[in-house]
Design a binder for this molecule. Sequence first.
Ligand SMILES: *[C@@H]1O[C@H](CO)[C@@H](O)[C@H](O)[C@H]1NC(C)=O
Ligand SMILES: *[C@@H]1O[C@H](CO)[C@@H](O)[C@H](O)[C@H]1NC(C)=O
Ligand SMILES: *[C@@H]1O[C@H](CO)[C@@H](O)[C@H](O)[C@H]1NC(C)=O
Ligand SMILES: *[C@@H]1O[C@H](CO)[C@@H](O)[C@H](O)[C@H]1NC(C)=O
Ligand SMILES: *[C@@H]1O[C@H](CO)[C@@H](O)[C@H](O)[C@H]1NC(C)=O
Length: 372
Amino acid sequence: MSLFLFMLLVSILNPVVSHKSCDFPAVFNLGDSNSDTGGYASAFTPPTSPYGDTYFHMPARRFSDGRLTVDFIAEAFGLPFINAYLDSVGTNFSHGINFATAASTIRLPISVIPNGVFSPFYLGFQYSQFEQFKVRSQMIRKQGGLLAGLMPKEEYFSKALYTFDIGQNDLAEGFFSNLTIQEVNASIPDIINKFSANIKNIYNLGARFFWVHNTGPIGCLPYVLIAFASAEKDPAGCLKPYNEVAQYFNLKLQESIAQLRNEFPSAAFTYVDIYSVKYSLFAEPQKHGFELPLVTCCGYGGEYNYSAAVLCGGTITVNGTEIFVGSCDNPSVRVVWDGIHFTEAANKFIFDQISTGSFSDPAVPLKQACQS
Ligand SMILES: *[C@@H]1O[C@H](CO)[C@@H](O)[C@H](O)[C@H]1NC(C)=O
Ligand SMILES: *[C@@H]1O[C@H](CO)[C@@H](O)[C@H](O)[C@H]1NC(C)=O
Ligand SMILES: *[C@@H]1O[C@H](CO)[C@@H](O)[C@H](O)[C@H]1NC(C)=O
Ligand SMILES: *[C@@H]1O[C@H](CO)[C@@H](O)[C@H](O)[C@H]1NC(C)=O
Ligand SMILES: *[C@@H]1O[C@H](CO)[C@@H](O)[C@H](O)[C@H]1NC(C)=O
């Protein structure tokens, strides 16, 4: 039998040979509020009711009414939800850890909480926390006892999936500090270089499997829609120039990931086009079972049911009456939860789409993201 025929037979008889699942034992995440499972809440102040209502039936330190895409990723691997590094109370990191905090940027932000608006835990600090965690978690494992069981095994650092969702706040910082569209656009190569440098550092600590979300259509989110109301709109009602900047970010991100793939052939880098999935929720909501995509479910006032003056969970006094900003009646058919973040229903839809691999470069499903 010729080698060709043999190979053909092997591939017919055993078509799954090159497509087996990766069995990631842990998830390590870095990012912003899109994937924060408690970092911001631990460091600063937790979101209050009705955050968390849909799934957790109480505030769950996440900026949504329920689970985030990173929660669905952990679930898909049969792992527990990953806890925040900054959560100092009885926290179990045995199957992963989350360095994301809401309001985090890739670059060092100028305006920092509490006097400013962005998280001090920008990507460079998240990396530094990861570096410390890697060393200290293994010291604790060696000491044994109760605490050892809260830490990941050493081999998990090379076997885990490393997930990333960050960049939206770098664009927001530019827009809200009154830079022009062109100025924010021009800052993107530097932002991406910083991102890439962090990925290399993480690779150098032994990470091999990278799953990188691109940035979403920021021009469809009410917090941007109300702030820049005079900008040109597209047929979905989103702000065209703002989304174009996000698209340029994504182009440069995809290029930088292609470079990383060349530079580190033993690693697997998956670029995930979450932008397109999110955008489809704004452009064709009915098709996917959603309605009123630009209207905030938990917000107050105006066309987008959103005002920066009073946010989800807050209260406002109107004509002498106190109004609580709570949830809309049916968040399960809504896209935008609080004017900035997505509902659990949207996050589930997004996860279901991106996990197939149809929106990935290379086009491998989530469970095969260890294959380069
Ligand atoms: C930590 O979580 C894992 C996975 O849920 C569990 O198997 C383990 O028992 C937990 N460790 C401790 C010390 O509670
Ligand atoms: C941006 O411009 C607006 C309107 O001119 C102003 O109120 C705001 O303070 C400016 N923001 C910054 C960060 O400069
Ligand atoms: C951003 O910059 C790139 C490269 O110069 C350019 O191709 C693109 O049109 C710019 N986008 C916007 C919205 O200015
Ligand atoms: C508050 O009172 C003013 C004046 O009576 C009225 O025009 C406005 O509609 C009221 N606003 C609300 C939210 O009821
Ligand atoms: C707007 O937000 C309020 C909470 O302040 C909520 O009760 C209402 O249902 C929301 N409106 C829509 C159309 O979602």
